[in-house]
Design a protein around this ligand. Structure first.
Ligand SMILES: Nc1ncnc2c1ncn2[C@@H]1O[C@H](COP(=O)(O)OP(=O)(O)OP(=O)(O)O)[C@@H](O)[C@H]1O
Length: 390
């Protein structure tokens, strides 16, 4: 039996999103029953996707808050249950959009009508700050109001979860569909490290294994409707970069380098590799660009110490522009900044923990510029050839 109050409660429940799937729990078959007694006490039973769901506290809080707001509700009694195998299979069907049971799901970002911008963060060598840039750029894009996912494909490092403060989190699995782990600010994260049975296990995979892992992270993960997916690639020009090029030629590549000559040369190779895979290199980020002299700052002066030399980013941008015949700009120069390193170590990225610090300001600016380029099909090759000139 429905009553106006029950309808209001249903409407309130429809405002609660599952934190991992980011869709209303009412659309996902998670609300099993709703009742209200004569005193205004509401009894709700919500089914979790798996027993021991890591986000059950969030769901409890959100459901209780939403239902409590309905006028005439005096109390909320929430019971949590767990979906049966059959209910989970139904949920998987909803999430995979009718593709359930297919041996190989499609990569949603590879479809011609995909509106998700895919940014692949590449570098020539390790340790130049590629993962730090990935994490902070993703949060910077989220701060611009975008729905953002991060895929950590750096088999050697997979440091992304720790930098986000979710190192101990494991993704929830609904049948063979994997839910990305949400960060505190709602960025969805999957790391190649999360696919290993044990955290300390060393990944020594060859090309085909890596390719399978990358496809799994792109196709078997329920990413939902993202505005941007930021990928942390392993350094260099190896198997993952080739696989990514094959599966996602529409990915836009950002090359991270330091000001050093030696770093610039290998960074150019990483950029050239992307271009060989028909991906567009949209810019270069120079990290560890300079150190703001602390003594001068205290005197109100801006003096830069070029700890690692200078000009690497500009050199890579110039070389790649000449090589590809289109403009590859320097997107920003991120200074050395203790708060960036501390934020990474503590799992509290600098763009959120210390947004006015010098590095965070540059990263926010890069994110704002990128999001200003807009979502959608702009910049994609549409495969149209003009038939005549006007
Ligand atoms: N601008 C910066 N200022 C201060 N420390 C930085 C800066 N950029 C990066 N770091 C620090 O340098 C170290 C290496 O950075 P990061 O892990 O992001 O590099 P990476 O290129 O992803 O390395 P790898 O490829 O080996 O994973 C980290 O400890 C990070 O905190």
């Amino acid at each position: 039996m429905t009553s106006p109050v029950l309808e209001q409660i249903q409407a309130a429940l429809a405002t609660v999103n599952d934190p991992e799937i980011k869709r209303p729990i009412t659309d996902l078959g998670m609300v099993e029953s709703v009742d209200i007694d004569d005193t205004g006490k509401v009894s709700v039973k919500v089914l979790l996707t798996v027993a021991g769901c890591p986000l059950k506290d969030t769901i409890t809080r959100d459901v209780t808050a939403a239902v409590s707001k309905v006028a005439s509700v005096t109390a909320v009694d929430l019971e949590l249950g767990v979906m049966t195998a059959e209910q989970r299979s139904g949920l998987k069907d909803i999430l995979s959009g009718g593709q359930a049971g297919q041996a190989q799901r499609e990569i949603p970002f590879g479809k011609p009508d995909s509106l998700t911008k895919v940014y692949a963060i590449a570098s020539g060598k390790g340790g130049v700050g590629k993962s730090s840039v990935t994490v902070n750029l993703a949060l910077g894009l989220a701060a611009q109001g975008l729905k953002v996912g991060v895929l950590d494909a750096d088999i050697y490092g997979h440091s992304i979860p720790a930098m986000f403060g979710i190192a101990d989190s494991q993704p929830t699995q609904v049948e063979d569909l994997i839910m990305p782990v949400p960060t505190a600010s709602g960025v969805s994260v999957i790391s190649i490290g999360m696919l290993k049975p044990r955290r300390d296990q060393v990944v020594a995979w060859r090309g085909p294994m890596l390719d399978r892992a990358l496809v799994q992270m792109l196709a078997d993960v329920y990413w939902g409707d993202l505005d941007a997916l930021v990928l942390d690639l392993p350094p260099g020009t190896g198997d993952v970069a080739i696989s990514l090029g094959q599966h996602l030629p529409s990915a836009e590549v950002i090359v991270v380098t330091t000001p050093q000559e030696a770093a610039a040369e290998v960074a150019e190779r990483a950029g050239t590799m992307a271009s060989m895979m028909h991906q567009r290199v949209i810019g270069v980020i120079e990290n560890m660009s300079y150190l703001a002299c602390p003594h001068c700052l205290s005197e109100g002066k801006d003096h830069r110490i070029d700890l690692f030399g200078s000009g690497g980013g500009a050199r890579v941008a110039k070389t790649l522009s000449e090589r590809f015949g289109y403009d590859v700009p320097v997107l920003g120069e991120i200074p050395l900044d203790i708060s960036l390193r501390e934020g990474g170590d503590a799992g509290k990225p600098v763009v959120e923990a210390d947004p006015t610090s010098p590095a965070a300001r540059v990263l926010h600016k890069i994110a704002a510029d990128l999001s200003g380029r807009g979502r959608g099909l702009a910049g994609l090759q549409l495969g149209l050839t003009p038939s005549s000139r006007f």
